[in-house]
Design a protein around this ligand. Structure first.
Ligand SMILES: [Zn+2]
Length: 342
């Protein structure tokens, strides 16, 4: 550690954005998720967690709705939670969606111990991590001017490839597919961007850019993460296309970004404990939650979805200023010549 003179420390501090994301509070939500886990679709524990999140979000002045429906295969009641909040200046610029799945996989089919493969996955990283980052963001976020933000917790993202589970895309992403299918045209047309968080709590967080995500906004998020010093976690490399809750939105023509760990630093698909009974709270790092949460906070609070239009306005203002100044100068100069001649 090097001790910098106070002035230098202040200079460094003043260059850092003032971010409020609190990793301890995010982790407290994760402890609640852990107490109730596994949150299997249609379970009472799942209902209890939704009650907890609804209350948490309402305390931060979000308007919360539960979207429930009967799924056919298997027959189970599923629930998406939708929380809405508009900026003080209104919502004329449209809707931004922040989403994560909260369900845990019913079978730990990648468990190294064969006799545990029909046990449920606790889902603390694959399920809980994205959710708790959104819950802490909900507490501190200043809604970008002119926008409305919807936080959505999707049910039944993670049941793909399990016998009896149909719908969505081969049993995956059932909740987000249902949500997009049931959007009104007017809401759909107002959706400007979707950001999905999934598997963001690994020790040694290792994020590649997801291939089917909106390139411009992904690059912007990665740039800001770099600015915050997280370049070892947000890698400047494109990974693969993932089936995740951003897909139904992309298919509906809405730009979306999926922030998901696709490979661990030691080479496992997603993370070492993916779809095993070891996806537990001991294997989630609050620093990783903090890095993703702070990057999201920084990105949303400096949001510029249409940089061309603001550049055009700036150019217009500069050109108009120059024209007005030139006319004024010509006028003043001519007046002086006329005065001299008189
Ligand atoms: Zn999963």
């Amino acid at each position: 550690m090097i001790l910098l003179p106070l002035q230098l420390q202040n200079l460094y501090a003043s260059n850092q954005p003032d971010l409020e994301f609190d990793k301890s509070l995010a982790f407290e939500h994760l402890e609640k998720y852990d107490q109730l886990s596994p949150l299997l679709p249609g379970s009472e524990k799942s209902q209890d967690f939704l009650k907890y999140t609804k209350k948490t979000l309402e305390n931060s002045l979000w308007t919360v709705e539960i979207q429930s429906w009967e799924h056919a295969s298997p027959q189970v009641t599923l629930n998406n939670l939708i929380a809405r909040k508009a900026s003080q200046e209104g919502n004329s610029k449209g809707i931004i969606i922040l989403g994560a799945h909260y369900d845990a996989r019913i079978w730990a089919d990648k468990d190294p111990e064969v006799n545990k493969r029909k046990d449920p996955v606790p889902g603390i990283n694959d399920g809980g991590s994205g959710v708790v980052v959104l819950l802490e963001l909900a507490r501190i976020l200043s809604i970008p001017e002119g926008y409305e933000v919807w936080i959505i917790l999707f049910d039944a993202e993670d049941q793909g490839g399990i016998s009896g589970w149909k719908g969505g895309q081969s049993g995956w992403i059932i909740g987000s597919t249902y949500f997009v299918k049931n959007l009104s045209d007017s809401d759909k047309n107002r959706m400007k961007l979707v950001l999905i968080l999934d598997i963001v709590g690994d020790y040694n967080l290792n994020l590649h850019k997801e291939r089917s995500s909106d390139t411009q906004q992904t690059n912007k998020i990665w740039e800001l993460a770099n600015e915050l010093g997280y370049d070892e976690n947000f890698l400047d490399q494109t990974g693969s296309s993932i089936i995740d809750d951003h897909r139904p939105f992309i298919d509906a023509g809405i730009p979306a970004v999926d922030i998901i760990q696709q490979r661990s630093k030691d080479g496992y698909d997603f993370f070492r404990w993916h779809h095993t009974t070891n996806d537990t709270i001991e294997n989630v790092d609050r620093e990783s939650l903090s890095k993703v949460g702070r990057t999201m906070e920084y990105y949303l609070e400096t949001l510029e979805l249409d940089p061309m239009s603001s550049k055009l306005i700036l150019s217009f203002l500069i050109v108009s200023g120059v024209i007005v100044l030139s006319i004024t100068l010509v006028f003043v100069f001519r007046k002086k010549i006329v005065q001299k001649n008189v």
